[in-house]
Design a protein around this ligand. Sequence first.
Ligand code: G16
Length: 543
Amino acid sequence: MKIETIATAPIEGQMPGTSGLRKKTRVFMEPHYLENFIQATFDAIGGGAGKTFVVGGDGRYFNKAAIQTILKMAAGNGASQVIVGQDGILSTPAASHLIRLNKTDGGFILSASHNPGGIDEDFGVKFNAENGGPAPEGLTAKMFDATKTIEQFKTVDAADVDLSTVGNVQIGDMHVRVVDPVESYQALMEALFDFDAIRGLFAGGFTMRFDAMHAVTGPYATAILEGALGAPAGTVVNGVPLEDFGKGHPDPNPIWAKPLMDLMMSDAAPDMGAASDGDGDRNMIVGRGAYVTPSDSLAVLAANAHLAPAYRDGLAGIARSMPTSAASDRVAAKLGIGCYETPTGWKFFGNLLDAGKVTICGEESAGTGSDHVREKDGLWAVLLWLNILAVRKQSVSDIVQEHWQTFGRDYYSRYDYEAVATDQANQLMSELRARLDGLAGQAFGDVTVATADEFSYLDPVDGSISKNQGVRIAFAGGGRAVFRLSGTGTQGATLRLYLEQYSGVDGALDLDTQAALADVRGAAQEICNMAALIGRTEPDVIT
Ligand code: G16
């Protein structure tokens, strides 16, 4: 088969963000936009010759077409084998697992995660390295550099590959292995958790609703929860992946998973509610009448992980992203294990996991995972919760309450200000940075600043430094505000304000979250001069 070398020219703005390159779908569909980024990735990893890759995505609009382009480009770049999910479907954690299981040289994951899908919505491409994890910053910098000098890309003139049937096909010399997207992921989950105990839980009448949000987790959740674990049919709702996610916003949080939240707060609530996002790496956990914040969920999972077979011998350590609450730090301290604070972005956990320094990681943005793959994993978090519930035989709410009684409660909320004009958002951040040195000791309302700095991360494994990772202001009395600009948005800037207030072990555990955070919120908004600089203090989304 003839390899074609197509002339191209750099396209501006192809810098990967927090999690790969995310843009409007129509931008990705522009001539050579996808091709340039894929070729730049091959160039950044030293070419594709003789290499093996995994390719799959969350099924959103343009997924199938992009996969055909990538397959032909992989063949053009001399790859020897590509493993693809049937119909182009692979959840992000399942793709990470396949990369590791098959010892491939990496993989392309097509998703804009929790962002809506469709021709007028969002699309994304992420390259994961051979450890199964998102390309680290050193590699994404090389990829971006390559996009700035690209002159040609390689492909082959071939017919589209039939991805609807599991089996082997060829593109020229390259093998394409079309695999069941669920099978090996399910086997991994069976190896980690006590499926017999969870089966017993469901057999005893435990009820659950899992909202797959019309996204990629549907087939996984249906096979595992309703198939292997015997949950009644109908436990999984919105379980068929749709190209536009049913016009929804596949982000598992109380705002976007509102129907599930409404059910869980009603008299008809099942014992547990859970949801996952577009590409299956995020999760939401809700008990009857009790929403569990992602930061609390991480802490509870870490404190109870030893109840599941895979973690019976304990954890090596816990890592959390900087804006995530300190709840898991308290667990690490009690367990006497390592505790790491990383910048936002799952890619920063990779080195810690590879070096065996941590077993469990988590983020406030609804991501939790462990060393079983190198991505956060929505269904894994749900299964670990189920395993814990099956062993402890208590409700979600009782487990969380007991946790707070032991460790104290970290009241937590994130405010998102979306589509802020980029120059206004940048001005807010730069004026805030300029104020940091003089803030300690100053009072704002009833709270006084204890420390103020901009987070910079020194990776303890490879010594790399990541600067400008968010501004953090700690207040006397256990409050904290963090400010940063999102790296996953596709329109203007999204300003994130993360608010936290620790109760202390003897403090009130049942306050309304927003009331508990009122002082910190007021101080944070005043310190960054929010009303004047972006013209509002009311966020678009509160989670
Ligand atoms: C990605 C990253 C996460 C990050 C989240 C939000 O998640 O993998 O590490 O916490 O984005 O990032 P930001 O605050 O920069 O928008 P996902 O699920 O979108 O891939």
